[in-house]
Structure formats: C-alpha cells, structure tokens
Design a protein around this ligand. Structure first.
Ligand SMILES: Cc1cc2nc3c(=O)[nH]c(=O)nc-3n(C[C@H](O)[C@H](O)[C@H](O)COP(=O)(O)O)c2cc1C
Length: 170
C-alpha cells in the first residue's frame, strides 16, 4: 500500500469485531510508535496496552461508548510533560510528541487492515485514577484496536484552497 493509499484508507472505526489481533501485528504497531519522532528526541512518552476482555466496565470509565471495548485492545499514549522539550518561550511539546506517536499507531494499524479511532474525549480524571498517573503525566489520546465491523463512509474534508493560509506579501 502506498502512503497515499494508506492515508486515504485510514478512517475512524466505530464498530469492531472481537477477533484476536496477531501478536506480530501488535508488535509492529508498538514498533511504529517507538520510532515516532519527538521534539529534541526526548521520547517523553509512554504507551498503554489494555486488553478489553473482562475489563469492559472498567474501560468504559475512560470512554463510555460500546465500540470502545469491542475490539481486543485499547491503546493509549501518555505524555511525560516533565521530560519533554520546552521551547524558550515556555511552550511544552509533550502533547505534540504524543499526538505523533498516536498517529504512527493509527497509520501502522491501517496498513495492517486494523481499525482505530482517535479518542480525546475521554474522562481525564477517571483515566488518571485507573492508570495511577502522577500530575506530570498527561494522557494524550486513546484508540480501540481491532478488525473493523462498520462500513467506511466518504471522507468529509475542506478543499485545499480553504486550508492554505494566505501569506501576506511584503
Ligand atoms: C485529536 C483527535 C481527537 C479525536 N477524538 C475523538 C473522540 O473522542 N471520539 C470520537 O468518536 N472520535 C474522535 N476523533 C475522530 C474524528 O472525529 C475523526 O478523525 C474525524 O471526524 C475525521 O474522520 P476520519 O478519521 O474517519 O477521517 C478524534 C480525532 C482526532 C484527530
């Protein structure tokens, strides 16, 4: 699959089969996450691998949608805000790093025919409690991981014209 095909195929999957994900596929996904670029190569992140089977009710406290726990795994990316690169004006890049890590997860999964869905609308407090996170660790995003059970719908996107910032002429 070319990169163009991959980005066209990747979509948010909100329905999963309970079928097992191969151990090698999970390993490839975690390796793609490990190789993600981070600001100043600080690698200030952790990855959470949660098995859903038998933990559905607990995981629903993170994100309360039935499809969140339909697949065999939920993966999460945590930002270590105390270890990430900080620009001289004070901007901490931990969450940007974490987002790139999650995008590597999502794209590698799509290449393997696996479904994911970025989840940021999770319950931060419940997540912190369940995962025993100290204040400096910021949960960035979660995703279910499994084989898609829903249908793909057409992507709705702005035109490129709408997305290009008009640079002032000086
Ligand atoms: C940072 C981010 C956070 C998101 N959070 C959620 C979420 O909490 N719940 C959800 O159902 N989808 C979430 N999404 C998925 C978006 O709704 C989806 O990517 C967008 O509608 C485009 O659709 P597509 O992913 O199928 O191309 C999130 C996506 C991103 C990038």
């Amino acid at each position: 699959m070319s990169f163009q095909e991959l980005v066209k195929n990747r979509r948010s999957v909100r329905g999963y089969k309970p079928d097992a994900v191969k151990k090698e596929d999970l390993e490839l996904i975690l390796e793609a996450a490990r190789l993600a670029p981070t600001a100043a190569n600080k690698q200030a992140f952790k990855i959470v691998v949660l098995e859903t089977k038998g933990h559905e009710e607990t995981l629903a406290r993170i994100y309360h949608r039935p499809w969140f726990v339909e697949g065999p795994y939920v993966l999460g990316v945590l930002a270590e805000t105390d270890k990430a690169w900080v620009r001289k004006d004070g901007k901490n890049h931990a969450n940007i790093d974490g987002a790139i890590v999650m995008d590597h997860i999502v794209l590698q999964a799509a290449e393997l025919g696996l479904g994911t869905c970025w989840i940021c609308n999770f319950d931060d407090e419940a997540t912190r409690q369940l995962l025993n996170l100290p204040p400096e660790i910021d949960p960035v995003a979660f995703t279910p991981l499994g084989y898609p059970a829903d249908e793909a719908s057409a992507k709705k996107r702005k035109s490129l014209e709408d997305l290009l910032w008009k640079v002032p002429q000086h």
